[in-house]
Structures are given as C-alpha cells and as structure tokens.
Design a protein around this ligand. Structure first.
Ligand code: GMT
Length: 396
C-alpha cells in the first residue's frame, strides 16, 4: 500500500513526481481550509492524485479539476447523539479512501480532530501498511483550543503519532514545542503561500467606483469575525482615519462579532462609511482595490489574510503578535501592540496621506509575497517533505 519512494522519480508532464494524497481540512471559510484546498489544487496540477475528505466540499474547491476527488464524510443523525461523533465518521471515511485508492500519504490540516481521526484510520488498516500521516498545525489547534484540558492530551498524542509535522510559522513551531513537549527538530516550518498570479495589484474589474464612489481611500478587513480578530479595533482604527481624510471601511466575511463591529461604528459615528459585504469565496478582486488592510488580531499564527492583501500590493497595519512579524515586514506595513487601535489608525493615516510612502510599502508588500510566499517557492517544499516522509526519512 505504501508508495515505493522511487515513484517520486518517475517523470510526469509536470514536476516529475506522482503520489496519491488524502487531504482533510475544515471546508468552511478559514485560512487552514483555504491553504489546504489551494495546496491540493496545485499538487493535482503537478501530477499528484488528490482526495479531499471532509464533511462538506471545501469552499475554494469549485469546478471540475483533473486528478481531484472529493469524498464527503457520511454522518447518521441518530437521536441519541446530541453531539454526533464526527471524529469517528471521519476516521472511517479516511480509512475507506486510503484503502480503496491506496493512498501513499494523508495530510491533515488543523490538528483537532483530524490528526486523531487519521491515526485511528491507519490503526484500522490492521497490519496492512497504511499511508504515512502528516499534520499541519495552523493556529488555535495549538494556541487555544488544543490547550484546553478536554483536548490537550489527545492533541499531543495524535500529533506525536504523525509521521511528519509542519507549522505555518516559526512562532507556531515554538509554541508547539513548548506547550506540547514536541522535540526540537521534529516540526518543519512550511509557511502558507499565495498564488501571486491570481492575487495581484490592478485586477479588473476593480470595484473602487462602487465601494468608494466619492474617491475615498479604501480600508479593508477580511476575516471570520471571531473574537480573536478584534473587529471592534478595526472600526476604531478606521474612525481615526475617517476623522482626517475621506475614507471607507470595507468589511469582508461574517461571524459572531459582526454586531459588535456595527455597534462600534454607530458609537463612533462612522457607520455610514462602513460597508459589510458578508462572505465571499474570492477576495482577490476586492483586495486589489484596497488602499490599506487592517488586521488587529489578538493572536495570529500566520495571518493568511494579510499575505493575500500584500500580494495585491496593499500595505498592512496589524498587531505585533504571533507569526505576523514573519509575514508583514517593516517595509510592507506597520505592526502595533494588540489593542492599540488608535495607534493603528495613525499608522494607517501615515501611509494614506503620503503617496510616495504608500507606493514604497505597496511595492515592498508585493515583493515579499512574490519572493517568499509564492506557490512556486512553497509548494515544492511540501513535495520535498512528502518525498522524505514516504521514503521514511522523517525530518530534515
Ligand atoms: O486557528 C484558527 O483559528 C483557524 C485557522 C483557520 O482555519 O483559519 O486560522 C489559523 O490558520 C491560518 C492558516 O494557516 C492562519 O493564517 C491564521 O493566522 C491562523 N489563526 C490564528 O492563529 C488565530
């Protein structure tokens, strides 16, 4: 069942490697699901066979693509189950797909409960040599939910059983080593990546005329509006800007904190300049006409949304927290302490009122995205990692 490592040397029309990979992720709006899906799509283009296993079709998996399969996890709604045991149903689905399609590798994104389900699935193969399991740690699976007593021991157990572990930033690797007792050297840092051909400045159609009909500066925020995103700070920072210059705030996404953001906008008397667009599957065309991106999160292991903005040439003002300093360089934006919403507003103003400075930051943001986080740079790192794991070489 396990691949002969030499298969990686078999030339294909694309990158000269060919392997069967199961990918499990959260299908809903969120960075880990977005990265997992984009990775699967890229790998399929490079000749690999990709099997997504999840309870719903990942939100960025649209249209037919060669070598891409989606397997929906079946769940029976039995009345006894107030909380249906998804982790078990997922284990069964991964086991079934691994067996039927002879997967070489299962790559799970976000440890809880995916790493445990993948481990169970492999145990169920009972003696048959199952696929290797690799887990990518994304954020709150380590920094928040994973630390809760009801999850900590199973999180530690299941990540330690993975054949390979990766974290999306050096910060997250450090947190995992410290809080879960993972040996140094076991976790690869493989950063998130961006398709810089799709996310780029000057995309058409640009919606600037609709979003800011009076020629106002456009500040943007994209998230799932969870408490960790501090969306009220987005509005406070924006209000600081709107006191000085004509500006509009475009809020993309949705989640539990949306009412609070709206309330803050009303309190600060800027509600008429704030636009809530709700959820969008493709944010590139929106980001491409923004002048500044705000991300004042409480915690952020990477900040994929900031990278998406940077690829579109949009300077970022964000919190100096977690993995954000590894993404938002001083040239590409400004990082301030968590909660300093006024300071973030002032930093935003400094970019928006100085054209030359804005242009330098915009170019730097795009360069960082292209040079350090492009598909072309990062996806081969995943391929090399897979090759080593399947060959039984483990970490570097
Ligand atoms: O960890 C989470 O809260 C969810 C996760 C997601 O699915 O959106 O977000 C994390 O993973 C993203 C992709 O790697 C990162 O860009 C986010 O920074 C990270 N979120 C947090 O650390 C809060």
């Amino acid at each position: 069942m396990v691949a002969d490592p030499s298969r990686f040397l078999v030339p294909t029309p694309n990158q000269g490697i060919h392997v069967k990979i199961g990918i499990t992720c959260y299908p809903t709006y969120g960075g880990s699901g977005a990265v997992a899906t984009e990775l699967g799509l890229e790998l399929a283009q490079r000749g690999h066979e990709i099997h997504f296993v999840s309870y719903d079709q990942p939100f960025r998996l649209v249209g037919f693509r060669e070598r891409i399969f989606f397997h929906e996890v079946e769940m029976d709604q039995y009345p006894l189950f107030e909380h249906p045991p998804y982790s078990l149903a997922l284990a069964v689905a991964i086991h079934e797909v691994a067996r039927a399609h002879e997967l070489d590798l299962v790559h799970v994104h976000y440890a809880i409960p995916h790493a445990a389900s993948a481990w169970i699935a492999r145990e169920m193969l009972e003696g048959a040599r199952g696929p290797k399991i690799v887990t990518t740690l994304h954020g709150t699976d380590i920094t928040l939910v994973g630390q809760h007593p009801s999850f900590k021991s199973i999180t530690r157990f299941s990540i330690l059983r993975s054949d390979g572990l990766s974290a999306v930033s050096h910060y997250l690797r450090g947190e995992t080593e410290e809080n879960f007792g993972v040996d140094q050297g076991r976790i690869e840092v493989i950063p998130n990546f961006i398709d810089t051909r799709r996310y780029r400045p000057g995309l058409e159609p640009c919606h600037r005329a609709t979003l800011a009909p009076g020629g106002e500066k456009i500040l943007m925020h994209v998230s799932n509006f969870r408490p960790v995103k501090r969306v009220e700070d987005v509005v406070t920072a924006f209000a600081r800007v709107a006191r000085e210059i004509p500006a509009r705030l475009v809020m993309v996404g949705d989640g539990p904190e949306r009412p609070r953001a709206l309330q803050r906008a009303e309190e600060l008397d800027v509600a008429e300049h704030v636009l809530f667009l709700g959820k969008h599957t493709s944010v590139a065309e929106l980001l491409s006409c923004a002048d500044l991106f705000l991300l004042p999160s409480e915690s952020e292991s990477f900040g994929l949304a900031a990278l998406e903005a940077m690829a579109c040439g949009v300077p970022v003002v964000a919190s100096k927290v977690g993995g954000l300093p590894e993404v938002v360089t001083p040239e590409a934006g400004a990082l301030l302490p968590v909660g300093d919403a006024e300071g973030m507003g002032e930093a935003a103003l400094a970019f928006l009122t100085d054209e030359a400075r804005w242009k330098r930051a915009s170019e730097a943001a795009r360069s960082v995205a292209v040079e350090r986080f492009s598909v072309e740079r990062v996806v081969p790192i995943y391929e090399d990692w897979y090759r080593r794991i399947v060959a039984g070489e483990g970490g570097r």
